[in-house]
Design a protein around this ligand. Structure first.
Ligand code: NZQ
Ligand code: ZN
Length: 388
């Protein structure tokens, strides 16, 4: 049965080669001072920085620079961003980059006017903001996280060896997001495929829960087929605009709350991947890829009918003369072959994890109960061992 839900997504999204022009429509809605948030320099190399600064200047904005947001943004950087926003009394936080910049902007947005410690309040106690929220806008340069149209924000605390995501309420979603697929063309191939696997896994996390016939799962299957199809074109020819634009749009729909409607959702691959990320600081999508197959092979017996459906509907496995177990296993084999064709990491060791980290990573793994099987700590240790 499709569960009860409320669906509301307030982000205005502009897509296509002229997306940036819509800054002229959006910027006048906010005050004069804009905190320009970006990462380690890719936007300076690919020219996006100049384009955005020109738009801000034309619209009479005062720009407050906040560069250097690292992949997997840290709590220390968050505190720096809050200080910049407070000092300059900024009116808008404009994130120009990938999920890290966008997540970071959201974390700053709920912290500027907050009297408590944001890490403790939002990432340890998972509380909602009860203060004014500074509006966030986003110019996306990497497809993957869906952060451009959701309320998620992931922050890493290296001192505590924790990487934690808080899915806030709708009020924290970006007010607007501008998506020009051309801006993603300068991504190194490794980042492109990490983003592609992140997209695919977001869909899996929501798909592998419940066994009923519902619309969300049909949408999920279409999104998975689209990302598989476009990814194979993009790995051959990263400059294929059609493939890159389909990937970018699929990323948004994979995690803008739509396909979670009426579903319990799993998210254990992300919990395992985030724990590995807290220990290795590895690229998000790669950590997910490394733990996925051991996890899905482990839970397969508990959700067999769905894994059979996945094999048939997503991977085109022919069911003739095969048992359900064989069909499901063949689906995961096809998924593994696709992951190899992309070139994503299938081993945590490759990402810097070692045997002596496993117990700590297991402690850092949040156990959720929305999937087909609630993992015990022993099972988590076993999955990490198989993922090494
Ligand atoms: O820092 P710069 O120089 O910008 O370089 C970045 C970074 O090194 C580079 N890059 C981005 N766009 C580029 C580019 N390089 C060349 N050309 C471009 N057009 O790519 C690298 C990775 O960027 P990052 O933003 O870190 O990647 P991603 O979008 O995958 O974001 C990862 C973060 O998002 C969190 C992850 O945990 C991680 O912290 N997530 C957020 C979610 C959400 N809000 O819902 C859900 C996800 O599951 C995920 O957990
Ligand atoms: Zn993800």
């Amino acid at each position: 049965m499709l569960g009860n839900f409320r669906f509301h997504n307030p982000t205005r999204l502009y897509f296509g080669e002229n997306a940036l022009d819509f800054l002229d429509e959006e910027l006048p809605k906010y005050g004069k001072t804009v905190q320009l948030i970006y990462g380690g320099g890719s936007i300076r190399k690919n020219g996006v920085y100049e384009l955005v600064v020109a738009k801000l200047t034309e619209n009479g904005k005062t720009i407050v620079e906040d560069g250097g947001v690292m992949p997997n943004p840290t709590v220390e950087k968050l505190r720096e961003g809050i200080a910049i926003a407070r000092q300059n009394k900024v009116d808008l936080l404009l994130a120009v980059g990938g999920g890290s910049c966008c997540d970071y902007a959201k974390a700053v947005s709920v912290s500027v006017h907050c009297d408590e410690d944001p890490w403790e309040k939002y990432y340890v106690r998972f509380e909602e903001p009860d203060c004014e929220i500074v509006p966030v806008g986003c110019v996306l340069t990497m497809a993957g996280t869906g952060s451009e149209m959701n309320a998620g924000s992931v922050i890493t605390n290296h001192a505590q060896k924790l990487k934690i995501g808080h899915v806030f309420s709708d009020a924290v979603m970006p007010k607007f997001s501008l998506l020009n697929p051309r801006f993603t063309l300068s991504l190194p191939k490794r980042q492109m495929v990490a983003g592609i696997y992140d997209i695919f896994n977001h869909i899996c996390e929501q798909y592998f829960s419940g066994e009923d016939d519902n619309t969300s799962d049909y949408i999920a299957e279409g999104l998975m087929r689209s990302v598989i199809h476009s990814s194979l074109i993009a790995v051959e020819n990263p400059n294929d605009y059609e493939a890159r634009s389909n990937i970018m749009w699929t990323a948004t729909w994979a995690l803008n709350t739509l396909i979670a409607c009426g579903k319990s959702t799993d998210w254990m691959v992300h919990m395992l991947g985030q724990a590995a990320g807290a220990y290795t600081d590895a690229t998000h999508g790669m950590t997910l890829a490394a733990v996925s197959l051991p996890y899905y092979r482990h839970i397969l017996p508990y959700g067999l009918p769905k894994f059979v459906r996945f094999a048939k509907e997503v991977w085109g496995v022919c069911a003739d003369g095969k048992t359900d177990g064989q069909i499901a296993a063949e689906g995961l084999e096809k998924m593994e072959n696709w992951m190899k064709a992309l070139g994503v990491s299938l081993s945590l060791r490759e990402l810097g994890a070692t045997e002596d980290m496993i117990e700590g990573m297991a402690d850092a793994t949040l156990i959720l109960d929305g999937g087909y099987h609630v993992l015990t700590r022993e099972e988590i240790v076993e999955i990490f061992k198989q993922s090494l």
